[in-house]
Design a protein around this ligand. Structure first.
Ligand code: NAD
Length: 472
């Protein structure tokens, strides 16, 4: 009972913090709704320096939060992409902020028309645990570059990283507030009247966030997960595919939103592919510095998915025996020919387990992908131009990589986001700046009275002229 009362008090305290912080941030926004380029640039520089100064603490904190987090994964996939995005924002910000001339047409001569990106106001950001640095700080830096104030809710699974992020963000005092907590706090957070809400996380939670935001007509970006397919055609360079799979399924232990979830292999190379992948998975177990599964509960979820698939007739290849698997040493696993209604084909895997399915043709591969929801990324290995064009134009996905995997996420100039069940909206590239801005239309005339007089005196003549021009 006492615990319940205390928990209740903590929840009320969090709710008050969220509400009060929003009021403070809105007031800060209203006191200077359009920060200059210099002011934004100063904030980006401060943020960049604070991250670099705290990089060793961030690496250590990620090790504390994950069962095992390799320094390699934290540096290469969390810290460096954050800095590279901030550098990219700094480089392009001035040009993006410039108003753009548009055409008013002859009818509105001599008025000028322009479009200009202005800050939206206060942006809410909800972050997941798998890349706790990059997925919190890249949207935050982009929102700051667009001139906004930010309230960010960090993941409850990464308290050590959160503590360092709070120190890092102290350099943006006044522009940004950090909130921590689990689903209760997150639910309260997503119900606030932000000027934009940016969510990264699972599809299930994304639906709740969308519903909550709708109550206040808050525009939303949903960066969700899902099942990203890898299609391997008969002419693919198998050695390259295998090395890339091992890289992708070991990176952060496959806990990556764009990790290949299942592979559709052409029947002509199917047996050879499986035989060779088994060897590669076995080899990769001896690698030092591997990230583990976040915790035992997440490891158990993955085990359950494999057991369910086996019960439904799939063959399983374990590079580490199922009985000895735990979060720190999970190994990599193949689920061969799972039925499409098995849990492992219905849920996102999000771990070092790869489903393998035989296909007869590219049409068969496309049909299978379409049945499993619109993916965040699609990977295609073939040199056949016709097949490349077919997948590019006729199969929907957030992104397409041809003869490669994962790297598209790390290119700052390339927009990143899902479509359909993998979400909507983009960030990275100029699209990130656009996401966090309102594109304001400006119609500008001089205070010369002649056109106003013309319209009031000769509106019937103008109507006749325009009718001739447009409606004949
Ligand atoms: P999650 O959806 O469980 O949690 C994400 C965030 O939402 C956390 O901060 C959590 O506290 C919060 N949350 C929980 N319940 C909520 C609610 N009812 N309302 C509002 N917020 C709530 O996701 P996760 O386990 O942290 O991350 C893994 C998932 O995120 C995977 O599905 C993965 O594919 C996806 N993901 C997507 C991207 C992307 O860029 N598209 C990147 C990384 C991860």
């Amino acid at each position: 009972m006492l615990v319940g009362v205390n928990e209740g008090r903590v929840a009320v305290a969090h709710n008050l913090t969220i509400k009060n912080s929003l009021i403070t941030l809105k007031a800060a926004y209203l006191s200077g709704p359009y920060p200059s380029h210099e002011a934004r640039q100063r904030q980006l520089n401060r943020l960049r320096l604070a991250i670099i100064e705290n990089k060793s603490r961030l690496i250590g904190a990620a090790k504390t939060d994950f069962s095992v987090r390799s320094e390699h994964d934290t540096v290469l996939a969390d810290v460096i992409p954050t800095i590279s995005h901030i550098n990219y924002l700094s480089k392009h910000l001035r040009e993006w902020m410039k108003p753009e001339k548009r055409s008013s047409g002859l009818e509105f001569f001599p008025s000028k028309v322009l479009s200009e990106y202005v800050p939206k106001g206060v942006v809410g950001i909800i972050a997941p645990w798998n890349y706790p640095i990059q997925l919190a700080l890249v949207p935050l830096a982009t929102a700051i570059a667009a001139g906004n104030k930010v309230m960010i809710k960090l993941s409850e699974y990464t308290p050590a990283v959160n503590a360092v992020i709070k120190d890092v963000l102290a350099v943006l005092k006044g522009d940004c507030v950090v909130i921590e907590g689990g689903p209760d706090v997150a639910t309260e957070f997503s119900h606030q009247a932000f000027d934009h809400l940016f969510f990264t996380g699972s599809t299930e939670v994304g639906k709740k966030v969308y519903t909550a935001a709708a109550q206040n007509l808050v525009p939303v970006t949903l960066e969700l997960g899902g099942k990203s397919p890898l299609i391997v055609l008969e002419d693919a360079n198998i050695e390259k595919v295998l090395l890339d799979i091992v890289f992708a399924k070991n990176m952060n232990a496959g806990q990556v939103c764009v990790a290949p979830d299942y592979v559709l292999v052409h029947e002509a190379i199917y047996d050879e592919f499986i035989k060779k992948l088994k060897l590669q998975f076995l080899k990769s177990n001896t690698r030092a510095l591997k990230t583990g599964i976040l915790n035992e509960a997440h490891a158990q979820r993955l085990k359950n998915l494999m057991v369910d698939a086996q019960d439904r007739g799939a063959k399983i290849y374990h590079s580490v025996e199922l009985e000895s698997i735990h979060s720190k040493e999970f190994g990599t696993h193949m689920v061969i020919d799972p039925p499409l209604d098995a849990r492992i084909m219905q849920e996102e895997v999000f771990g070092p387990v790869l489903n393998i399915i035989k296909v007869q043709s590219i049409a068969h591969a496309k049909m299978t992908v379409q049945e499993l929801g619109t993916p965040l990324a699609c990977y295609l290995y073939t040199n056949c131009q016709i097949a490349q064009n077919d997948i590019r134009q006729n199969l929907q996905s957030g992104a397409l990589c041809i003869n490669d995997m994962l790297f598209h996420v790390a290119v700052p100039d390339l927009p990143f986001g899902g479509v359909g069940s993998s979400g909507f909206g983009n960030y990275h590239g100029k699209e990130g700046f656009v996401t966090f801005s309102h594109c304001k239309s400006i119609f500008q005339s001089s205070n010369n009275i002649w056109r106003s007089k013309l319209f009031s005196k000769y509106s019937h003549v103008i109507q006749r002229i325009l009718t001739r021009l447009y409606l004949r």
